[in-house]
Design a protein around this ligand. Sequence first.
Ligand SMILES: [Zn+2]
Length: 88
Amino acid sequence: MRCERCGMELMGGRGAYHWRSEVAAIGDDVLSSTEIDLDLEKYRRRLFEELSAMDPEEIENDVYQLWEGVLCRPCRLELGKLLARFLR
Ligand SMILES: [Zn+2]
């Protein structure tokens, strides 16, 4: 078994951590709003332009993404420090 981030060999799973992270969009979908005004129209046009430039996988990943894998202890600690910067 190896750390999927740095490649460190983890003999028999010793010092290995299973990492799982789920990121999902939670904001209201502006496209479903029935309120129409100029700003909303501008926003819609820009959103459609952005979406048409993205491939379907990119759009799906923008809304929901699951990352999981095996990490070694040093990578687990590094990831923990990184997340602690904005998660309390
Ligand atoms: Zn590692």
